[in-house]
Design a binder for this molecule. Structure first.
Ligand code: 13P
Length: 258
């Protein structure tokens, strides 16, 4: 059976509870239920509880944008994966904005991936090189280090359920995604790392997404890349029309593979 495609809306630090609810209603009107595409909404923590009561579960699943790696205790301001466990299906972990603005090291990302899995939450692990690393031709080394360290506490059974998102930092927040050739090279390399560690069966089951300036016009090109199973969408996910078009584009690309 073909793996369902996934489209994740990473709303980042945008929208209050009321705005998130309005956008979810607009999306629910525009997005059809496609059996081959899973649509995942990743709002801020505050919106998770109210949205969990509002969403049509045939249409949407929820993801947290982060989580803390210790389950409970005196960690003021933190929200743990154990507190999120009955609320979300997925959690984004190791987003480049967290690595950059919140100084998340390889070890912290590893501990968060492990904590998500321990609490029954599927991690969407983000990996990707900065522009400087790309210019220095360090992309492969960076992806290798990010993947090997993040997965180091997991079994093959854990990893085959996971999602890894290739998000080149230099392509985030603009209107020009990486080219299909760049994406193909990175995704092949990333999949190769997983198959070296856990074997081909795990690598085949794992879902790999692309994120970075995903907009409707680029969907067919990106989804045409072998090994890409979906998209992690930032700014375009805040616009109901654009996001619905992206979901539809992923569905069309999936149909054309049959
Ligand atoms: P943009 O789609 O705004 O480039 O953001 C991508 C991203 O960071 C998703 O996690």
């Amino acid at each position: 059976m073909k793996k369902p495609r996934i489209v994740v809306a990473n709303w980042k630090m945008n929208l209050d509870v009321h705005q998130a609810s309005l956008l979810t209603h607009k999306l629910a009107d525009r997005i059809h239920v496609y059996r081959d595409v899973e649509v995942v909404l990743a709002p801020n923590y505050l919106c998770l509880q109210p949205l969990s009561m509002e969403i049509d579960r045939r249409k949407f699943r929820l993801a947290a944008q982060d989580g803390y790696f210790i389950d409970e205790g005196s960690y003021t301001g933190a929200v743990s994966f154990s507190q999120l466990r009955n609320l979300v299906h997925y959690a984004i972990v190791g987003h480049s904005e967290r690595r950059r603005y919140f100084s998340e090291s390889l070890e912290i990302v590893r501990d968060k991936v492990t904590a998500a899995v321990r609490n029954g939450i599927v991690p969407i692990l983000c990996v990707g090189e900065t522009r400087e690393e790309r210019n220095l031709k360090e992309t492969r080394q960076v992806l290798h280090d990010q993947i090997v360290s993040a997965l180091s506490d997991l079994t093959g059974e854990d990893v085959e359920q996971m999602v890894i998102a290739y998000e080149p930092v230099w392509a985030i927040g603009g209107h020009a995604p990486a080219t299909p050739e760049d994406i193909e090279q990175a995704v092949n390399w990333l999949r190769y790392q997983v198959s070296e560690l856990y074997g081909e069966k795990v690598e085949n089951r794992l879902r790999v997404l692309y994120g970075g300036s995903d907009e409707p016009e680029f969907v067919s090109g990106i989804m045409g890349v072998e090994g890409v199973d979906g998209l992690l969408v930032g700014h375009a996910s805040l616009n109901a029309e654009q996001f619905a078009d992206i979901v539809e584009g992923v569905h069309i690309a999936s149909l054309s593979e049959d």
